[in-house]
Design a protein around this ligand. Sequence first.
Ligand SMILES: Cc1cc2nc3c(=O)[nH]c(=O)nc-3n(C[C@H](O)[C@H](O)[C@H](O)COP(=O)(O)OP(=O)(O)OC[C@H]3O[C@@H](n4cnc5c(N)ncnc54)[C@H](O)[C@@H]3O)c2cc1C
Length: 382
Amino acid sequence: MTKPVKTSRGGLNRGRRVAVVGAGLGGLAAALAFVRGGAKVEVFERAPEITEVGAGIQVSPNGARVLAALGLEAAAAERSITAEAVEPMDAVSGRRLTRFDLAGRAGPVYRFFHRADLIDILLTACRDAGVAIHTGSEIMPDTLPAADLVVGGDGIRSVLRPMLNGEDAAFFTGQVAWRAVIDHPDTAPLARVWMAPGQHAVTYPLTGGRLNIVAVQERQQWAKEDWNIHDDPGNLRHAFRGLSGRLTGLLDKVEAVGLWGLFRHPVAGHWHRGNIAILGDAAHPTLPFLAQGANLAFEDAWVLAACCDAAELPEALPRYQQMRRARVQRAISTANGNAVKYHLDGLPRRVAHLGLRGIGAVAPGAYMDRLNWLYDHDVTQG
Ligand SMILES: Cc1cc2nc3c(=O)[nH]c(=O)nc-3n(C[C@H](O)[C@H](O)[C@H](O)COP(=O)(O)OP(=O)(O)OC[C@H]3O[C@@H](n4cnc5c(N)ncnc54)[C@H](O)[C@@H]3O)c2cc1C
């Protein structure tokens, strides 16, 4: 097992010219990690301004460690809600199955952010540290910026990934996700996972008295993999009709909703070539069932900068991929498995609910400990 590398000011990143393609969560975290090591960093974002879809994002301890190491802990604490528990719910009866406490666990806390706040925290820190941000700058394979290192943080439809890997063979999972934010006065600091046959929803509070809703349904009707697709809130309500009023009452409040087709993509085989490296969704798009896509992108950003600080690129970039690929693959496999667990029907569903109740009663800590490999990982310690 390769040991993480600690990034340090004054290493090989000092004076390096780094161009980051994409001002998403992964790209901005990478820009900040490099500039903190003394690199001259430019970010190229195709959108005319840096905005985010109106939705929430959960940052787990493994991602929070990177934010803290980048000097963002205070801003993160101020602009997020600290999660206290996860509650699996029976979405048919509306009953809570059990509760798993997050508060009191060792290490950083879990946080619920509005994505716009998290982007703003990273963007402000980048600008303060001297990163040049160019909006309205779409990078194409034949317009790559001149730099010592080009970092592809250009997301699920990356232009850099196919340059390194050719086209990937994504396939529709037969699931779609709606995303919405509603005003909601009861903002208990916990995530609820509402499970029903063939569908589930996750709800958690955001700052400002809002509630984030992600609702997933198995269906064969294809939907585009793009958050800019708006849907009629009536379609969301129709998909979840007949479930507990505790859930459908929340869906009744939805006024605007995005719809996204969930696709499985293979993890890229090649994360680097020459002076190009990719990270985050560009390297490994992740289904949302473990809330890890952005957290893994933060980890990638840190490890990439740390590897480049410690060695010249021909050694650093293979090391970066070697340190990341197996972990990312494991997280993605775990997320894929959750989709099945959340959507059980009939006897398997009853058995699973009994199991959750049982473990919640006798060994709730053990249930959470099964994900220690994920949340306790600290890429910032070398
Ligand atoms: C329903 C749902 C819920 C989720 N919830 C969570 C969660 O709770 N926690 C979590 O960790 N993850 C979550 N994720 C995953 C997470 O949103 C993504 O993994 C993460 O945003 C990826 O970040 P990124 O920076 O790699 O890509 P992106 O955020 O997609 O950013 C890519 C950027 O690159 C720009 N760009 C693209 N092409 C070009 C180009 N050619 N030139 C210039 N700029 C370009 C884009 O405009 C964009 O700004 C969720 C995902 C979904 C679908």
